[in-house]
Ligand binder design. Structure first.
Ligand code: GSH
Length: 242
């Protein structure tokens, strides 16, 4: 059966959630269209304003991105898949390689994806802002960020030290790219923007960050983002108070 896929995104420079399924879809070489909802314009200066709320309603029932609009070419039926993890699961039905093939590795990848989606509040307080390049500033480094970075380091070090031994290793957490790598993608940009890379512990974890930043589709996202000139004021705050 043939479907048209259309992924709704917010400004690439800032939208961490938008990046995750977009990256997964690009790595899987899925054909899809994108609809960019752009904030930071004279008409829609910031998120949270009535004009922005109206724009975001185009995405779907939660007024949030990403949202995957699926239309069945023949029947004209339309579906909106929202929430990043649900989009990953929807894609994985046609592209099972999006998760590890081993049942317990798959369960672990799903556990870690859910953890990424619901935890790590301290590191997520650093807005994803691709244009930002700051030196490490101890003033904004506290125990909570340290704890998040320690947890990320130990997950990445644990998975990468195992994967590195596989003949088929491609540098990702389970060897080849999975949805879990996509879930961590915005963290890589945050680590770079705020001078936090040296805080990652473990040689495999540190190498993983560099590998992700070099991924051709991460770079494609950055390239596309580099053409955006809009400023979303709430995502320019450091540290974030939003
Ligand atoms: N739980 C959602 C989070 C999505 C989310 O918060 N998206 C942000 C953009 S990065 C958004 O749409 N914000 C719109 C707003 O705050 O009005 C998911 O997993 O997709």
């Amino acid at each position: 059966m043939s479907f048209d896929l259309c992924l709704y995104l917010l400004n690439r420079n800032y939208s961490s959630w938008s990046l995750r399924p977009w990256l997964a879809m690009r790595v899987l070489k899925i054909e899809f269209e994108t609809v960019m909802l752009i904030v930071g314009t004279p008409e829609i200066p910031d998120l949270g304003l009535p004009a922005a709320d109206e724009l975001m309603r185009r995405a779907g029932p939660t007024s949030k991105v990403p949202a995957l609009h699926v239309s069945k070419r023949a029947g004209g039926e339309k579906h909106i898949i929202f929430e990043s993890i649900a989009i990953m699961e929807y894609l994985a039905e046609d592209y099972p390689q999006l998760w590890p093939s081993d049942r317990y590795e798959r369960a672990y990848a799903r556990s870690l994806s859910a953890e990424m989606a619901t935890s790590f509040g301290a590191i997520r307080n650093y807005a994803m802002n691709l244009r930002e390049r700051r030196e490490f500033d101890p003033k904004f480094y506290n125990e909570k960020v340290e704890k998040d970075i320690y947890r990320l380091s130990s997950i990445w070090e644990g998975l990468r030290s195992k994967a590195v031994a596989k003949d088929s290793d491609e540098g990702y957490l389970f060897g080849r790219f999975t949805a879990l790598d996509a879930m961590y993608a915005p963290v890589m940009f945050r680590l770079r923007s705020y001078g936090l890379r040296p805080k990652i512990q473990g040689k495999h974890a540190a190498a993983y960050v560099e590998h992700m930043l070099k991924n051709e589709y991460m770079r494609e996202w950055e390239e596309l983002a580099s053409h955006e000139t809009e400023i979303i004021p709430r995502d320019e705050l450091y540290p974030s108070t939003k």
